[in-house]
Ligand binder design. Structure first.
Ligand code: ZN
Length: 336
């Protein structure tokens, strides 16, 4: 068998031998392939680049029960990998007992570059911090999942995100952090959550002084740091979206950029947990109405009706070929 460079266009349905070769130098045999995939599996890979057209079906791989039969619908990369026995996320097209997992594209010279579990927080210049954001970079099929306030259903919402293998940014009011530090620790330890600043008392910042604004933001940052060692920097969202040039600059002085949203609406009283699909449909309608939904910033709140709808919202985002992620993932790689 001669080696060749990986060529995504050449794949139709292929057998393991051909795949092992196509995976590139360093992965040449069935057992190499199994070992490689086993490594990925054990690492709890959290790769978010998805392409629903490529599917890698898992069957068995040594102790870890990992892939064997492989079926690519197209050669597009990276793959989705089906592995058995993960969370009970609700994917209609996945057989019982199996769940999606994402694996990265393999480079022609062997193993893929390692990816940190949590992306580095963006580091922006003051000039960038002074630019409020309504929608993120649209070069990848990602949307930022952001959840504000923190009054209700904290555990349920976190559990859904963990169970469905998603990630998100929580913008929890500082006083709520101090009232339930155990939740903050648990969320931080989940590895799925990054943080943003939403003031300490949910203060309307639009007509406040620099000192008042920075006190609210500073207390919240201090609370998060004290509770779990994490930071809200560089993400803040003004309560109610109320902002001013003063608030934007006062936040920027603390290293915080003002994040708005382009998809929201769960705060209305019309939503109930009895009919979560109505809220799901509403959010999907907003995404579908975007010229390009990639990079959308989805605003949700810790509410009972939102908690009930969240599995459907995540599923709906994925059904549109996108992945719900934290701000950090959306902006990784020096994006602004
Ligand atoms: Zn709020």
């Amino acid at each position: 068998m001669t080696e060749r460079k990986f060529n995504r266009r050449q794949f139709g349905r292929i057998g393991v031998g051909a795949t092992a070769m196509a995976f590139g130098i360093g992965v040449r045999t069935d057992s190499d392939l199994r070992n490689y995939l086993g490594t990925l599996f054990n690492e709890d890979v959290d790769h978010r680049f998805i392409n629903k057209q490529a599917l890698l079906c898992a069957n068995e791989c040594g102790d870890a029960k990992i892939p064997f039969s492989l079926a690519f619908d197209t050669g597009q990369l990276p793959y989705k990998l089906l592995v058995p026995g993960l969370s009970k996320a609700n994917y209609p097209d996945v057989p019982d007992g199996w769940d999606w997992k994402f694996i990265p594209m393999l480079a022609a010279d062997g193993l893929p570059p390692p990816e940190p579990k949590k992306p580095e927080r963006p580091k922006w210049s003051r000039e960038v911090l002074l630019n409020p954001v309504f929608k993120g970079p649209s070069d990848r099929p990602l949307v930022a999942l952001t959840v504000d306030d923190g009054y209700f259903n904290r555990d349920e919402i976190l559990q859904t995100i963990v169970d469905m293998n998603a990630s998100a940014t929580f913008l929890i009011i500082g006083s709520v952090m101090d009232s339930d530090p155990n939740f903050i620790i648990k969320a931080n330890n989940s590895g799925r959550i990054t943080w943003g600043n939403h003031t300490y008392t949910h203060m309307d910042l639009s007509a406040k002084s620099v000192d008042q604004i920075q006190s609210e933001l500073g207390r919240t940052e201090e609370a998060l740091k004290r509770i779990c060692g994490a930071t809200t920097i560089p993400v803040m969202r003004p309560p109610g979206g109320s902002r001013s040039n003063t608030s934007i600059a006062a936040a920027a002085d603390l290293g915080l950029r003002t994040f708005m949203w382009n998809v929201s609406g769960d705060a209305g009283t019309q939503w109930t947990s009895n009919n979560p699909q109505a809220l799901v449909n509403y959010y999907m309608g907003l995404l579908d109405a975007q010229t390009n939904p990639w990079g959308s910033i989805v605003l949700l709140h810790f509410r009972t009706s939102t908690s009930a709808a969240l599995p459907g919202i995540i599923k709906g985002i994925r059904a549109r070929g996108m992945e719900p992620v934290s701000f950090d993932k959306l902006y990784e790689g020096g994006r602004v």
